[in-house]
Design a protein around this ligand. Structure first.
Ligand code: GAR
Length: 210
């Protein structure tokens, strides 16, 4: 079944991080270099000490940190983030190393308007430390995926993927470093494609206008 969908109502991004924020930086750079026609309305962190927050501040972008310990339930934590994003009129939510699973209410509040970047060729190696999982499994290729977020972990329609060969000399860390280069390349491309619209969701498939 094909579902006709609309591009997000505006080009204002809310970028959610938990750590170093290199994918956030790739998005900041793509906007500055005009490869991505968008603006970052806010950077939200699940940790007040996330190094990525400094990248946002340096770029003059507003930041907010939410600690899940401050909330009674996951729903309350999610609702606080959703309120902040709505207050900033965010049209597209971009998870960039955001290490907390968002519940179905949050996902429903931004229908087909949440993206995630994951360091494997999904549906292989969901969850934490995907690069090490792939390396330990002995696959010959791995890569990076950008997908639309559903309530399931690392699931949802795939917008962009990039393949990265696993070399005989690789360690999990060297593989992760090459995958990261591809994440930085495909995430801004995927955001641009979603913002530009003209796509539909057909079952699990993200179908772009030819
Ligand atoms: C990235 O490799 C991203 O793909 C991964 O966390 C890292 C964050 O790095 N995300 C996941 O594993 C989500 N399941 P960054 O903070 O430098 O962007």
């Amino acid at each position: 079944m094909s579902t006709r969908t609309r591009a997000p109502g505006n080009r204002r991004l809310g970028v959610l991080i938990s750590g170093r924020g290199s994918n956030l930086q790739a998005i900041i750079d793509a906007i500055a270099e005009r490869r991505l026609d968008a603006e970052i309305a806010v950077v939200v962190s699940s940790r007040p000490d996330a190094p990525g927050l400094e990248r946002a501040r340096r770029a003059g972008i507003g930041t907010v940190a939410f600690s899940h310990q401050d909330y009674d339930s996951r729903d309350a934590f999610d609702a606080a983030i959703a309120r902040e994003l709505e207050r900033r009129d965010v049209g597209l939510v971009c998870l960039a190393g955001f290490m907390r699973l968002l519940g179905s209410r949050f996902v429903a509040a931004f229908p087909n308007a949440i993206l995630n970047v994951h360091p494997s060729l999904l549906p292989a190696f969901r969850g934490l430390d995907a690069q090490r999982q792939a390396w330990e499994h002995g696959v010959r290729v791995s890569g990076a995926t950008v997908h639309i977020v559903t309530p399931e972990l690392d699931d949802g329609p795939i917008v962009r993927q990039a393949v990265v060969p696993v070399l005989p000399t690789d360690t999990a860390d060297s593989l992760a470093a090459r995958i990261l280069v591809e994440e930085h390349r495909i995430y801004p491309e995927a955001i641009q494609a979603v913002l530009d619209g003209g796509w539909t969701i057909d079952g699990r498939r993200f179908v772009e206008r030819p």
